[in-house]
Ligand binder design. Sequence first.
Ligand code: AMP
Ligand code: MN
Ligand code: MN
Length: 323
Amino acid sequence: MPIKDEFVPAARFLKNFEGKILLASHENPDGDTVGSALALYLALKKLGKSVKVGCRDPVPYFLQFLPASREFLKLPVEEEFDLCVVVDASSHKRLGVPVRAKSFMRIDHHKGGDFYREEDLVDAFAPATAAVVYYLIKNIDEDLIDREVATCLYTGLATDTGFFTNSNTDAEALKLAHLLVERYGVDPHEVAVNVKERNPLRRFKLLSRALDTLELHLGGKVSSMFVLKEWLDELGASYEDTEGFVNYARSLDGVEVAVFITERPEEGVWKVSLRSKGKADVSVVCERFGGGGHKYAAGCKIPLNLSLKEVKEKLLEEIRKVV
Ligand code: AMP
Ligand code: MN
Ligand code: MN
């Protein structure tokens, strides 16, 4: 694969950076933000950099197989960093906590958002931030990529593409997956088993309740599903157990847009996840509510002082315009 010119300034900047670096993953972390941050963390550590990784929330159980996943710091921390690299998020606000840093940098694949410096790497056409990080590390020094780094990158790529099935799965994504497997020895089966086949029973008890809430709207083009906090408490489950629930709602025949709502009293919000089968742009809907994301997957938060019924109505009003 070619050395891409746009990666040179960022690669040079990180290679020459002398201060303390924090690689920060977004709140409610997914495979892409964790995999991308860990890949860069391992690479920069090999270079002898002073680097840490952090996130507001713990690494979900299905990503704990990744090398160095236990080294994630729980944010916020007292420590002040010289540089905070925001990984797989459109803004430091998506970290969900304040970070003390002299400067910021962004490595991401969301469109729009905040820009911090010339060396920011934001490619809205990349299938995952992991693909951006791959090119970045390659431009720093290709020899930094070993099986561990490649496994983190592959996990980011695989999870954000729904294991190479979502509408962001393109030739570039498959080519990179091929390279990570062929050249660096990533085991796709091992990643899939770890990510998808280590579900705790409580997750399915929760899924069963969530599926009971499944409804169709707008003539069957839209589906919705929700989870209440008290169900989590009753089942000893947490938010990470709801990962991927929205895909069941999306998989219904005829559905173009799926809505998944989780009650989050500690943040005072309804957390909304939207997924599109590919035609409707759900990022537009979420932007109306102060959130964002991609055409096919987006999220936002709506204040808890609205009832669930009101939230659904408001969302459907906006979704109607894009389906
Ligand atoms: P989720 O539904 O939380 O899995 O998020 C789907 C996509 O939307 C991801 O690319 C997120 O980065 C993005 N996203 C989720 N929540 C927000 C938010 N509150 N603000 C901006 N983007 C978001
Ligand atoms: Mn993400
Ligand atoms: Mn991503």
